[in-house]
Ligand binder design. Structure first.
Ligand code: NAD
Length: 269
């Protein structure tokens, strides 16, 4: 590893699983001290141990990112453990698979709370720490659903559109303070969330195969593919980039229609 984040402190929500886990792991390997902020204690503590056992620096902080006081406390705990963060990554997210008329108000609020309001809380309580550094970074996770609709996930796609717009607003409002804010927009990525989403289909494997036929690379992305983009946007490799969306989708959004061949070179190990 090249030590790109040597001496940095990163607060990573949703850091216990999927893309957040891959990001926490990569950032730690690049020299950052990482605060893994999540509701899944067991997974978060296991990852923390793994990172610390290989000589990295990590701490787990249990936090429900929908709750303002919990986010505030998680940032204070990060400062107490490692000092002020210069990197905030908002990876925590949930999906509901149902149509709009089937939602309860509480479900709608929960989804918007985890996927969108959490970003507001992370700025509200993180900004003073971020801007103690000459350069600071926020990366939020949108989705291909930030740009296009998707069946049976109306609140999710709404939330991901909002994440992109909020990222742009943050980029503008705090650029003068040295904060760059960008939005990573993944396509179909193999994580527990994707498996949960597919489990709602009558034939999960068939539903996934059908979706992947629409991906020019023909395969699901890995969390590590996304983590590498998070790293790019969390250091000076991306100097000059702010308010941007970085789509990582195997080509999905490039085509209105697409039928992948049964096998592509990207599927080879
Ligand atoms: N997997 C995909 O195909 C895909 C595509 C585009 C965008 N995304 C987005 O990527 C992000 C990461 O998702 P993933 O696919 O890695 O799924 P994941 O389920 O593995 O990770 C999501 C993490 O968020 C945490 N989380 C959920 N609610 C929380 C809360 N209230 N407080 C704190 N943490 C909470 C979960 O415990 C989990 O660790 C999400 O924002 C998701 O919407 C996923």
């Amino acid at each position: 590893m090249s030590g790109k984040l040597s001496g940095k402190v990163a607060w990573i929500s949703g850091g216990a699983s999927g893309m957040g886990e891959a990001t926490a792991s990569l950032f730690a390997d690049e020299g950052a001290a990482v605060a893994i902020v999540d509701i899944q204690r067991e997974l978060g503590e296991t990852l923390t141990r793994r990172i610390n056992d290989r000589g990295g620096r990590a701490t787990f902080i249990e936090c429900d990112v929908q709750r303002e006081q919990q986010v505030a406390r998680s940032i204070e705990a990060t400062v107490a453990a490692f000092g002020s963060p210069s990197i905030v990554v908002n990876c925590a997210g949930i999906v509901h698979v149902k149509q709009l008329h089937e939602y309860s108000e509480a479900e709608w609020d929960e989804l918007m709370g985890v996927n969108v309001k959490s970003i507001f809380f992370s700025i509200k309580h993180g900004l003073a720490h971020l801007t103690k550094q000459p350069r600071s970074y926020m990366v939020n996770i949108g989705s291909i659903g930030s740009f296009i609709g998707q069946a049976n996930t109306p609140a999710y796609t709404t939330s991901k559109g909002a994440v992109l717009q909020l990222s742009r607003s943050i980029a503008l409002d705090y650029a003068a303070l040295g904060l760059r804010c960008n939005c990573v927009c993944p396509g179909i990525t193999d994580t527990p969330m994707l498996r949960y989403h597919m489990s709602k289909a009558s034939d999960p494997a068939g539903a996934l195969a059908e979706r992947l036929r629409r991906v020019p690379m023909g395969t699901a992305l890995s969390s590590h593919d996304v983590a590498k983009a998070m790293l790019y946007l969390s250091c000076e490799d991306s100097s000059g980039v702010t308010g941007a969306s970085l789509v990582i989708d195997g080509g999905y959004l490039a085509a209105a229609e697409w039928q992948s061949p049964p096998r592509t070179a990207f599927m080879d190990p």
